[in-house]
Design a protein around this ligand. Structure first.
Ligand code: MN
Ligand code: MN
Length: 319
């Protein structure tokens, strides 16, 4: 049961457009804050897009996601669950990257997340491009060993390298995570994969190591419930990470991203897949690739934080 300190500011008490925006209007608890050790789930911004190979912008994601998250209320509409009463949840602030140095940025991110994981806090990250997941997984895997992963995306992000040997981009994080044994490939499922391809190198790698790929054609042919039941069976009861690239969603609903792919799930299905994660052993999750410059309306960010709220509820198992 959460204590009073960890409650969001209600729109009944202060209008949603007023005040300093934190994630979901929760208190900002930085690692030196006296309440840091009481936090159970930490919302963290990683404003970083140095892994982006094409259209940039996710460095601006956390700020717009925080602003949009002032729209989130305290109670889940379908289940009635109230996550902020079930656990101590706080905004842990941003990790400051070094936008000119990828390796230094990853070191900074892992150092920050080491503090979070050592304090027993489960991180829910707002990226950042998809390379953000790699330094986060390095921290989590140090504490928990190789993890299972449910990954929503248009892309596998399993390529070996870009530009003749560049190993760290937003198209390679999970290749590195498998090589570094941060993930157990036999407990990894990637859902929603689509779009024109460079070649089959990423899928051949997935087949070779035992990663399950569910292309969008299969997702729609079998239906959401059936696919998500398989996802639950693949990760089982062991420790699992959930990585959610906003480009999983059709660009009609989520245009604010660097690598959109048409023919995807709608915004309702984007929430429903999260509801199917309830009760899994989720040690961390992320929402990445929201790029505000490509959607000045802010609707992509609002969908992003709505997904974050669903992930938060799933992480707290309200059944
Ligand atoms: Mn991705
Ligand atoms: Mn993607």
């Amino acid at each position: 049961m959460s204590n009073r300190f960890f409650q969001p500011i209600s729109g009944f008490d202060l209008p949603r457009f007023a005040g300093v925006p934190t994630f979901m209007r929760l208190p900002h608890v930085h690692p030196e804050h006296p309440k840091f050790s009481e936090v159970e789930i930490g919302l963290i911004g990683v404003p970083w897009d140095s892994g982006t190979t094409n259209r940039p912008g996710p460095r601006h994601g956390p700020r717009q996601l925080r602003d949009a998250s002032t729209m989130i209320r305290a109670q889940h509409a379908a289940s009635g669950f109230r996550p902020f009463e079930a656990a101590n949840i706080a905004d842990l602030g941003d990790v400051g990257p070094n936008p000119a140095d990828i390796q230094d940025s990853m070191t900074r991110i892992t150092t920050f997340y080491d503090q979070v994981v050592d304090a027993g806090i489960r991180p829910l990250t707002a990226g950042g491009d998809h390379l953000t997941s790699l330094p986060v997984l390095r921290s989590l895997s140090k504490a928990h060993g190789p993890l299972g992963m449910i990954h929503f995306d248009s892309h596998t992000d399993l390529f070996h390298s870009y530009f003749d040997g560049t190993m760290y981009t937003h198209g390679t994080p999970f290749r590195r995570a498998i090589e570094e044994e941060l993930l157990d490939p036999k407990r990894v499922i990637q859902i929603g994969i689509r779009g024109t391809m460079y070649d089959s190198e990423d899928r051949d790698f997935a087949d070779a190591v035992g990663i399950r790929i569910v292309p969008i054609e299969e997702f729609f042919a079998r239906g959401l419930d059936d696919v998500m039941q398989e996802a639950r069976e693949i990760v089982g009861n062991d420790k699992t990470y959930v990585s959610y690239d906003i480009d999983f969603v059709d660009p009609t609903f989520a245009p604010g991203t660097g690598t959109p792919e048409v023919g995807g799930p709608n915004s309702y299905q984007a929430l429903q897949v999260c509801r199917a994660l309830n009760g899994l052993n989720i040690v961390g999750a992320d929402m990445v690739e929201v790029s505000p410059p490509f959607d000045q309306s802010g609707n992509t960010a609002y969908l992003g934080v709505s997904i974050m709220f669903e992930l938060l509820c799933a992480m707290l198992d309200q059944r």
